[in-house]
Design a protein around this ligand. Sequence first.
Ligand SMILES: C[S@@+](CC[C@H](N)C(=O)[O-])C[C@H]1O[C@@H](n2cnc3c(N)ncnc32)[C@H](O)[C@@H]1O
Length: 258
Amino acid sequence: MNETTADATDAATAAVRRWAEAAPDAVLLDGFHALKHALRFGARVHLAVASDKDAVLALAADLADDLVGELAGRLVEIPARTLRELVPRVHPTGVAALAAAPGRQEQLDALARLPRRSPVVVLDNPRNLGNVGAVVRLAAGFGATGVVTTGDLDPWHPNAVRAGAGLHYATAVARLPVDGLPPGPLYALDPEGEDIRSLALPDDALLAFGSERHGISPELRARADRLVALPMRPQVSSYNLATSVAMALFHWGGPAAP
Ligand SMILES: C[S@@+](CC[C@H](N)C(=O)[O-])C[C@H]1O[C@@H](n2cnc3c(N)ncnc32)[C@H](O)[C@@H]1O
């Protein structure tokens, strides 16, 4: 074994050991984009590994030149085989990282704080982690206060974080019971509601969306101040959950123009 190979093997072994120590409560950032966003939005990254560090730095130079220096200092190169042992489905960019989960109380405080300058998106018992991640990404992009899910899915599940491209760190994300939702007028999105174009969505609104299978639950419907419909041609039953969130946030207004 030459010196370079030995160094790489030592670094890999050390990385794996630190990974195992950090793992129990850490968030898995799967892929370059998740790591990029997490770093930009202040995540405390315990460990970042790549199977080809030079390739990742080249990607950063292309897509995120603000992070090239930080990534050069942080990324530990490990053999592709070791990365496959650490991550169930290695991202095409060959990058993975572990970051500290934000404190739950901090997230709840951010969601409950008034006056609120942008809506909270509520996903009522979502079934698809890809949709949850896509909605977190929308909430981050639109500058929404946060995303609350009800039901049994964990919105911080690695598949949701992957679909959210690491933007869970750019907004507040928490799971809560329906009777523990943050304060604010509750606008439930449902095809039976009044046309969204006839009303303005206030900044302090909770914008609630139903599950992919069953729509808005009776419990949430009973709590809603307004039922609101997105325009849709007759005979089309519904839109996809994440696209519905996109339309509603766009109708609310989004971040101030630069
Ligand atoms: C895939 S849809 C749910 C379809 C479900 N089978 C149902 O019966 O409502 C997921 C969620 O997206 C929102 N949504 C979809 N299309 C909508 C529309 N035209 N108007 C308002 N909300 C809509 C609703 O919140 C809905 O519960």
